[in-house]
Design a protein around this ligand. Structure first.
Ligand code: PRX
Length: 644
C-alpha cells in the first residue's frame, strides 16, 4: 500500500455517527467564522451553576492571556457525577480490571458519587480547601479517579504524579507546587510485580515540609509504616466521613489541575489547566473523536499519571456519562493476548492505546489476537507518538479486521485534549497520518524564521489561535510559559513538533524538533537525564540524545565523560543505568551509554547535539558541517566507539 493510501469511511459503520463528512465541514467553517457562537453552544455540554456570557478572551501576544467562558461558574465533579444520577445513576461509570486477570470491579455513577463525596468530606476534615494543591501518587485503581474528582469537588488543585516516578521526581513535583496533602497507596501492582509507593512517598516526603497529611489506600495489604499524626488510612477516613459534600462553585478559569511535563530545558514544568475550558474540550473531543454513543464501553490504556489518563479515562468519559475502563496492569501480562481478553470480557467498544504497545503486540504475530472475538470493537485509537504506517496497518488489519476506523490522535499535555485526528466517520484515514484538525483548531507549518508555509510542505507545527482546552500557564511561572510556547514564533503557539502536510492537507507528525524525547510514548527531557547522570560522583559531563528504537519509538542514548582517573568499565555502565532509574524512574533508563573522552563543542562551548544525534542513529555519513567545532577530532573517536 502506498504511503498516502486512503482508507475510506465505511458507510455501513457510519450509520448514526455523530459527525459525518458534511457535518465536519460545517463545524470547521462555523468554528472559524464565529468562534463565540460555536463555543457558546458547545459549552452547554457541561453543567454550569452560572452559564458563561463571555466566551473567548485570548491573546497569544504580549503577556499571553487565555480565558474561556470567564464569567461562568461550575464544578467539574458535578458534570462528571451529580448530573448523571437521575438519568444513569445505576449505570457503570468505571469498570476496573485488575493486574491479576481474576480481579475486577464495577462502580456505578451513584457509587462513584458517594465515594467522591466521602473522600472530599474527609479531605475537608483535614483542612483541604479551594486552591490548595494535593499530590496524588497512586496505582491504576478506582481510588485514583475518586481522588481526582474529590479534589475537583473541593476546588483543590490535583497534581497526579505517575506511580513509576522515583522518590526524587515525586519530591520535586511536590516541592514545586507546595502540596499540603499527598494521597498514595501501600503498594501498586503491575505485570505481577509490586510497586513500593508508600515507601517511595516516605522517602520523598523527607524533603517536603509543606505536606501535613498523607492518605494511604490499602491496596495490596503489604506492610507499610504509618507515621502517627501525618498518615491516615483511606478506608478509615472515608468510613467516618459524610457521604454528602456540596460542590465548591468554581470560576471557569479557576485551576482544575497541574500536571508536570518535561521540556527541553530545566526541571519539569507544572502545566496548569483550568476548569471550564478543559472540561468542555475533554467532553467535546471524547464524543467526537471516538464517536462515543451512550452505553458504550470506552477503554483508554494510559495511566492516570499522564494527561491521556486525565482526559480520556476520567474527565472526558465521565463528563459524557460513559462507561470507562480502568486497567491496572500491562498489555502483555500474564499473556500477550491480555488486551483482547479484556476487550471480550468487558465488551469494549472503543479501544485507545499507544503505538509502542501496538508494536510490541505486532511482534508476537496475529494468533494471540485471533484467539479472541473482539466483535464488540467499533473504533481503534492511537496516541502518544508517531505511529509508523506498518504498525498502523497491523492495527487496522489484524485488530480491526480491515473494518474499524483507526484514529491517530495528535495532542500534548499542554493542549488538554486531542487537536489533530480524523473524526472516524467523517475523515478518510491514511496509515501514519493524524490527518486533519478538529473544529476550532487552526494548525499551521512555519519555517525556522516563522514564515507560514502554504500547501504541501514540511515545517514546525504551530497553532494560530486558542482552543478551550489549552493550558493557561506554567504554575507560578507565567514567564516560562511565554518563553516556552510563544517566543520562538511570536504570536503563535509552538508545539515543539515538526510535521509534514501532504497535498490533501493531511498532517504527518514527524516528532519533536526540540530536546524532548518520546520513549514508548513517555515524554522526557534530555536535560533531566543529563542532570541525573552528572549527579553521579564519577561523571564529569553527559549529553543525551534520542536514537531510533524499533519498539519504543525512541531510545535514550547517553554520551558520558568520566572524571579523570575513573575507569570506563562495564560495571560502571550498569551502575549508571541503575542510577538514572533510581534518580528519575524506570522509564528513563538509558538504552545505550557511550564513553566519550570529549564531546563535540563549538568554540563558545556549546555541545553540537545534531552531530551526537547522527552518531547515535548511525547516520555518520551525513554529519554535516563540523568545521566550527573547537576540536573536530573528537567526532572520529565518537564514531569509532559507537555503541549498538
Ligand atoms: O511529539 C508529540 C507526541 O507526544 C508529544 C506530547 O507528549 P505528552 O505531552 O506526554 O502527551 C502525550 C499524549 C497526548 C507531542 O508533542 N505525540 C502525541 N501524540 C502523537 C504524537 N506524535 C505523533 N502522533 C501522535 N498521534
Amino acid at each position: 500500500m502506498p504511503d498516502d493510501a486512503l482508507i475510506t469511511v465505511k458507510p455501513e459503520l457510519a450509520q448514526g455517527a455523530k459527525v459525518d463528512a458534511a457535518r465536519y465541514r460545517t463545524m470547521m467553517a462555523e468554528a472559524l467564522r464565529d468562534p463565540e457562537g460555536f463555543w457558546r453552544e458547545e459549552a452547554k455540554r457541561v453543567a454550569w451553576m452560572t452559564p458563561p456570557t463571555k466566551i473567548k478572551n485570548t491573546s497569544f501576544t504580549g503577556d499571553v492571556s487565555i480565558k474561556w467562558f470567564e464569567d461562568g461558574v461550575l464544578n467539574a465533579s458535578v458534570s462528571c457525577l451529580d448530573r448523571h444520577l437521575e438519568s444513569r445513576g445505576d449505570q457503570v461509570a468505571i469498570i476496573w480490571e485488575g493486574d491479576d486477570p481474576e480481579t475486577d470491579a464495577k462502580v456505578t455513577y451513584r457509587d462513584l458519587h458517594e465515594r467522591v463525596c466521602r473522600l472530599a468530606s474527609a479531605m475537608k476534615g483535614l483542612g483541604v480547601k479551594k486552591g490548595d494543591r494535593v499530590t496524588l501518587y497512586l496505582p491504576m485503581i478506582v481510588e485514583a479517579a475518586v481522588a481526582m474528582l474529590a479534589c475537583a469537588r473541593l476546588g483543590a488543585v490535583h497534581s497526579v504524579v505517575f506511580g513509576g516516578f522515583s522518590p526524587d521526581s515525586l519530591a520535586s513535583r511536590i516541592e514545586d507546587c507546595e502540596s499540603t496533602l499527598l494521597i498514595t497507596a501501600d503498594e501498586g501492582r503491575r505485570g505481577g510485580r509490586k510497586v513500593p509507593l508508600k515507601t517511595n512517598a516516605d522517602e520523598a516526603l523527607k524533603s517536603c515540609p509543606t505536606v501535613q497529611n498523607v492518605i494511604v489506600v490499602r491496596n495490596t495489604g503489604g506492610e507499610v509504616p504509618m507515621q502517627a499524626g501525618r498518615d491516615h488510612w483511606y478506608h478509615e477516613l472515608c468510613a467516618q466521613a459524610s457521604p454528602q459534600c456540596e460542590p465548591e462553585p468554581m470560576n471557569a478559569e479557576d485551576p482544575l489541575f497541574i500536571l508536570y511535563t518535561s521540556g527541553s530545558t530545566g526541571k519539569p514544568k507544572g502545566v496548569l489547566h483550568t476548569t471550564g475550558g478543559y472540561l468542555v474540550w475533554a467532553g467535546f473531543t471524547h464524543e467526537l473523536v471516538f464517536d462515543y454513543r451512550p452505553g458504550e464501553v470506552f477503554w483508554c490504556t494510559a495511566d492516570v499519571g499522564w494527561v491521556t489518563g486525565h482526559t480520556y479515562i476520567v474527565y472526558g468519559p465521565l463528563a459524557n456519562g460513559a462507561t470507562t475502563l480502568m486497567f491496572e496492569g500491562v498489555p502483555n501480562w500474564p499473556g500477550i493476548d491480555r488486551c483482547w481478553q479484556v476487550v471480550d470480557k468487558h465488551q469494549v467498544n472503543i479501544f485507545y492505546t499507544a503505538p509502542t504497545a501496538i508494536r510490541s503486540l505486532m511482534r508476537e504475530g496475529e494468533a494471540p489476537v485471533r484467539k479472541w472475538s473482539r466483535k464488540s470493537l467499533r473504533i481503534l485509537g492511537s496516541v502518544g507518538e508517531p505511529i509508523n504506517p506498518e504498525a498502523w496497518l497491523w492495527y487496522y488489519r489484524t485488530v480491526g479486521e480491515s473494518r474499524l476506523p483507526v484514529v491517530d490522535t495528535w495532542w500534548q499535555t499542554e493542549t488538554g485534549g486531542i487537536l489533530i485526528s480524523p473524526l472516524p466517520f467523517a475523515v478518510d484515514q491514511k496509515p501514519g497520518s493524524a490527518t486533519l484538525p478538529l473544529p476550532g483548531v487552526q494548525p499551521a507549518l512555519v519555517d525556522n524564521e516563522g514564515n507560514i508555509l502554504e500547501s504541501a510542505t514540511e515545517g514546525n507545527l504551530v497553532i494560530l489561535d486558542s482552543w478551550p482546552g489549552q493550558m493557561r500557564t506554567v504554575f507560578r511561572d507565567h514567564e516560562r510559559f511565554i518563553q516556552t510556547y510563544f517566543s520562538t514564533f511570536p504570536g503563535r503557539y509552538f508545539t515543539g513538533d515538526g510535521a509534514r502536510r501532504d497535498a490533501d492537507g493531511y498532517y504527518w507528525i514527524t516528532g519533536r524538533v526540540d530536546d524532548v524525547l518520546n520513549v514508548s510514548g513517555h515524554r522526557m527531557g534530555t536535560a533531566e537525564i543529563e542532570s541525573a547522570l552528572v549527579a553521579h560522583p564519577k561523571v564529569a559531563e553527559a549529553a543525551v540524545v534520542g536514537m531510533p528504537h524499533a519498539l519504543k519509538g525512541q531510545g535514550i542514548y547517553c554520551y558520558v565523560t568520566l572524571k579523570s582517573g575513573e575507569e570506563p568499565t562495564e560495571a560502571l555502565r550498569k551502575e549508571l543505568v541503575a542510577w538514572v532509574r533510581k534518580e528519575i524512574g524506570p522509564i528513563a533508563a538509558p538504552d545505550a551509554i557511550q564513553w566519550a573522552p570529549g564531546l563535540p563543542k563549538t568554540r563558545s562551548g556549546k555541545i553540537m547535539r545534531r552531530i551526537l544525534r547522527k552518531i547515535a542513529a548511525n547516520e555518520t555519513d551525513s554529519l554535516g558541517d563540523t568545521s566550527t567545532l573547537a576540536d573536530p577530532t573528537v567526532v572520529q573517536d565518537l564514531i569509532s566507539n559507537r555503541v549498538g
